[in-house]
Design a protein around this ligand. Structure first.
Ligand code: ZN
Length: 303
């Protein structure tokens, strides 16, 4: 099955809902970054959430970033998604290994640790919108639920899951989740019905494992609440880095730094944190960039 997400409403628009299946996205992140199982779970859950939150942005070019800055051994998680179904992300220490937690699951909370969860929305304004809360459990879904309540005042249910094949190389078997949000004015009846359904529902990974698609995951919870699917969108791991962009980063380092690299006499390789693509610059290329950088500075001085 290809990866996609859906956007839906229920209960006369008093409920908004999103669901996603993102196995290939998480598998691509795993192979690109060489993620350990617990790192796959942490990044996979965060990417699934970011995809659903990203599609909720208003404009084509808007981007959303989720950052977990915790003191745990994973060394932080950064994920950026756009409104077109593209997502990219990385963790500080992709090879972090931890024993399972008391429930026998990946100890994502232990890997993330305590600290700050930050959500940034770049929606074309001068300053991006930013909200932050303390990390609650580090298990990702609970932290985002808390963020929605505390920072955006939107009561939400966030459920996320990643399942790996522990009998082989820990490749990704399932990945995805859903977000359900209550709009102002939602009746007590709907709220209690929703609470019951969510408590009774199987985990995301169980639902996906039994073959449920995003539409069916939402049906389990909202099926008899006038569920309406409004949009279905393919999603993918996608990075917008390029040699041109990396060259700009080199220019920004300044001519002294560049001259130092040339003096070292070795090609320079820069790695994109988000997708692990490597860009190598040979000495003649570095000389060109230095020349360009010096010309630019002269232009600036003379103008
Ligand atoms: Zn990249």
């Amino acid at each position: 099955m290809t990866d996609y997400l859906i956007r839906a409403t229920a209960a006369d628009d008093f409920i908004r809902a999103f669901a996603v299946t993102s196995k290939n996205v998480t598998e691509e992140a795993r192979t690109r970054h060489g993620l350990s199982p617990v790192a796959s779970a942490a990044l996979g859950r965060t990417m699934a959430a970011a995809l659903m939150m990203g599609v909720d942005l208003k404009n084509e070019d808007d981007v959303l970033t989720i950052q977990f800055e915790g003191d745990g051994p994973i060394g932080g998680i950064t994920v950026t998604a756009n409104s077109r179904g593209g997502v990219k992300g990385y963790v500080g220490n992709p090879d972090v290994i931890l024993p399972p937690n008391q429930y026998g699951h990946f100890d994502v909370g232990g890997a993330v640790g305590k600290g700050t969860l930050r959500i940034m929305k770049d929606i074309g304004l001068k300053e991006p919108y930013a909200g932050s809360v303390d990390i609650q459990t580090g298990e990702i879904a609970q932290d985002l639920t808390y963020y929605y309540a505390a920072s955006e005042q939107v009561p939400s249910v966030v459920a996320l899951g990643v399942l790996t094949d522990r009998h082989t190389d820990y490749h990704i078997l399932e990945s995805g989740g859903y977000i359900i949000q209550l709009m102002p004015g939602c009746s007590e009846e709907i709220i209690s019905q929703l609470e019951q359904r969510c408590t009774a529902a199987e985990s995301v990974t169980s639902m996906l494992r039994s073959g449920k698609i995003p539409e069916e995951m939402l049906e389990v919870i909202l099926g008899d609440m006038d569920l309406k699917i409004h949009e279905k969108k393919p999603v993918r791991f996608e990075c917008d880095c390029s040699k041109e962009r990396v060259t700009k980063a080199l220019v920004a380092m300044g001519s002294r730094e560049l001259a130092g690299m040339i003096d070292d006499g070795e090609p320079v390789t820069l790695t994109c944190s988000f997708c692990n693509s490597k860009y190598t610059f040979e000495i003649p290329e570095l000389q060109q960039i230095l020349k360009f950088s010096l010309e630019k500075r002269t232009e600036k001085l003379s103008s």
